[in-house]
Design a protein around this ligand. Structure first.
Ligand SMILES: Nc1nc2c(ncn2[C@@H]2O[C@H](COP(=O)(O)OP(=O)(O)OP(=O)(O)O)[C@@H](O)[C@H]2O)c(=O)[nH]1
Ligand SMILES: [Mg+2]
Length: 263
């Protein structure tokens, strides 16, 4: 039986959501382990604990596969920040955020923060300079270049598709422009009933990252940690006012001593 008294109780929860294959797990590995390593498609969900100053933050990685969709709203329950992740080389992964994942966030805190993250920025044509790791050192150039050749960009006036299959194929490979993510951020705020003027601006909350090179990964996590601090302080104040056992938080750590765990 693990010694529960020695476990860190998370102060706040951050949740990654997004379609399969967009790189959620890879972003977490890059930030927590400073590595880009092989992944297998996530089953259910997994969480990592991060000490941020005096605060303990749990970061939840969820499965993007359709078969696990039902679990998403459970993971979002009580979340202080939700990171909606797409693949910048896959237009459909942005569409899925709005169509499939946004409604899962209904269980998040009323003051939850939303970030949009376009991962795999190393695969876009315009980002050749991004092939560096998070320490600013050049990474394996060949790998970056190989990746880029896989990218397919739709021209401004695409030739009409010959069949529905080719349309979905084109959408799959169409790159996502930053403005499209910014427009979606605006729609997310409207969906949440939030006023754009008094919410965090799209400029600050729409990120492009590369788990492979490390580009913008630290900025993403550390911006979110900083933004989550007021929610932690509010929660601590509420707990002091009416001390109760938070079963959700307790469940997250019970039986799990390590830095990360799956469930
Ligand atoms: N080029 C490139 N490939 C990436 C990047 N991030 C992830 N990948 C690759 O994309 C694939 C999927 O990555 P995962 O991190 O497993 O994706 P996921 O979103 O966790 O997928 P699910 O667990 O199925 O929801 C893997 O082959 C990764 O190596 C990136 O920034 N650049
Ligand atoms: Mg995963």
């Amino acid at each position: 039986m693990p010694d529960l008294s020695k476990m860190k109780k998370p102060d706040v929860k951050l949740v990654f959501l997004g379609d399969m294959n967009v790189g959620k797990t890879s972003l977490l590995h890059r930030y927590m382990e400073r590595k880009f390593k092989d992944t297998i498609s996530t089953v259910g969900g997994a969480f990592f604990l991060k000490q941020w100053g005096p605060y303990n933050i749990s970061i939840w990685d969820t499965a993007g596969r359709e078969q696990f969709h039902g679990l998403g709203s459970m993971y979002c329950r009580g979340a202080a920040a939700i990171i909606l992740t797409y693949d910048v080389t896959n237009w459909q992964s942005l569409v899925e955020l709005e169509e499939r994942f946004l409604s899962l966030t209904d269980t998040a805190n009323h003051d939850c923060i939303y970030a949009l993250v376009g991962n795999k920025a190393d695969l876009t044509d315009s980002k050749a300079h991004l092939c560096q790791d998070s320490d600013g050192l050049p990474e394996d150039r060949t790998e970056c270049e190989e990746g880029r050749t896989e990218t397919h960009v739709l021209s401004a006036s695409p030739t009409p598709p010959a069949s529905p299959t080719s349309l979905s194929d084109m959408l799959l490979h169409k790159q996502v422009a930053r403005e499209d993510a910014v427009a979606l951020y605006g729609r997310i705020l409207r969906y949440k009933g939030l006023d754009e003027k008094s919410s965090l601006p799209a400029d600050k909350m729409c990120f492009e990252t590369s788990a492979k090179t490390g580009y913008n990964v630290d900025v993403l996590f550390e911006t979110l940690f900083d933004l989550a601090v007021p929610a932690i302080l509010r929660k601590r104040q509420e707990n002091q006012a009416s001390p109760t056992v938070d079963l959700e938080d307790w469940r997250q750590v019970s039986g799990k001593r390590g830095k990360s765990s799956c469930c």
